[in-house]
Design a protein around this ligand. Sequence first.
Ligand code: URP
Ligand code: ZN
Ligand code: ZN
Length: 448
Amino acid sequence: MSFDLIIKNGTLVTASSTYRADIGIKGGKISAIAETLEGENIIDAKGKLVTPGAIDTHVHLEMPIGKYTSTDDFYTGTKAAAFGGTTTIIDFVETRENQTFVEALEMRKSLAKKRSIIDFGLHMTIMPHDIKKLDQVQAAVEAGCRSFKIYMAYGNRLNDGEILLAFEAIGEAGGLPIVHAENWDAITTLIDKNLNEGNRGPEWHTRSRPAVLEAEAVGRVIDLATYAGVPVHIFHISCPEAIERVKNARIQGHFVTAETCPQYLCLTDEVFEAEGVEGALPICSPPIRGIIDQMELWEYLSSESFHTISSDHCPFTVGEKAEGLDAFNKVPGGVPSIEMRFPAIYSRGVRDGFLTVNQWVDLCCTTPAWLFGLENKGDIQVGKDADLVVFDPEKTVVLSETSLHEEAGWTPYKNMSITGWPEVTISRGEVIVKEGKCYGEKGRGQFI
Ligand code: URP
Ligand code: ZN
Ligand code: ZN
């Protein structure tokens, strides 16, 4: 048998096993896995781990939010992702009021297709003006968009009645609802109260969004999903109180899954203590919390209460963040994490003893693929897409805005030392990153 490329001598890591084998790649697919394979074009992975390409199911690239647009576009964002070992992302579609779901999907798809260097999927956001379009949910599913984002916070939020209607429509179409869960009414009351009392600095962002109000919304939305008879996936859980609700619902037999993100696992609210705009940079929602919350999240990951770790990559520039210096609620929310996610979870999770290598791969590759129906992704098996990472478990990288390839011009992880970094990233059999150089062409990414 001949191969286009062979990865030799590596230690293969999947969600369920770790073993020594060679991988033969042909026509963009994994075509053989054996103790020894021979061929001409070889990547020697001796001393390295070989994992599935990582999958980031929650990113916001060139996303319009109010008067801002998130900083990385589909080119710079997917390039940075590829440097970090990510070979598939899922971004979002937002409709205009007079647009159908399918029209909005086609527009966003063609924008992403022009620039993306890795494969991508899209979640459909259901906004208040979309409630009258719920009879189009089935058409969106048929057009390739199976997951539907619902906000319980911000201007785009749905009220409980609208959430119920959306859940019923998504359930009938066989889709998956995904939710940003926070108790918006209580939070906005606390924001106003704190601002009126002169508490305007970035540290008041976290203090206006207490954990119990995130947990309340998680519990409420699980109850709504249970009533509607649909599964539900909860995005960016930041605190033990919220994941405890998911855990209890699952014990009762409800199909609820949960995501957390690197910012909640690698940062604490001390980041807000930096002077001036530096303190405003890491504002995101739900907020970054204290060290005890962080340590408990790692324990919940260890005991498999979470299902995915995604980046929620949504950067804004220093100048944009600075516009909210006189009031924390004006700072555009979101941080850049698309590049560091996969290696950081290895470094902080596996090396620090919270996760096995298999749990790392499961959380960052395999379960994300399964949950969002990416059947050719997320695993090392004959017949799957040859999306693979040759990962050097000993390479140390100190993160900074210059070591990373994101466009925001800053990183909340500055000076964080990570041991374990991708050496080669392969997408459908093509080497797109090798030893610090990107070879992936703009527009090679496919909609999946
Ligand atoms: O603050 C955040 N997380 N911004 C991105 C949008 C969202 O809420 O997911
Ligand atoms: Zn969100
Ligand atoms: Zn998000």
